[in-house]
Design a protein around this ligand. Sequence first.
Ligand code: GTP
Ligand code: MG
Length: 135
Amino acid sequence: SERTLVLVKPDGVSRGLVGEVISRIERKGLTLAALELRNVERDVAEQHYAEHDGKPFFESLLEFITSGPVVALVVEGPRAIAAFRQLAGGTDPVEKATPGTIRGDFGLEVQFNLVHGSDSVESAEREIKLWFPSL
Ligand code: GTP
Ligand code: MG
């Protein structure tokens, strides 16, 4: 079994889609190992998205992710990393995500794409340590 770090981003929380996201995770057969509603410190946001430092959208991404509370989850199950990326859909909600996915069903703009999911075992380990140091 594998663990992945999932975020319902500020747009997902403010639009009332937390239950929808959790419901899809649970219906897929994945389980919740941790769950917390929290405000994101600038420092945590920078570390979380460190791989994008220097990109043109980095500053606006940090502003967005610190703009309101997020729901952070640790999600567990066989191939949990790929399984949640499948549920989320591609990064661009219109160009890449297909209907039936979270981003494809609820998103319009690339920055406001509702959810985050770790993209590799290494990222998942790093992100779980960052968001849930006690796990
Ligand atoms: P995450 O799960 O959030 O990491 O998304 P991802 O892995 O599908 O995409 P990636 O890591 O490449 O990008 C991280 C986040 O930056 C995306 O989810 C978007 O919110 C944002 N982002 C990516 N590309 C762009 C872009 O071209 N413009 C803007 N404004 N935001 C972007
Ligand atoms: Mg990513």
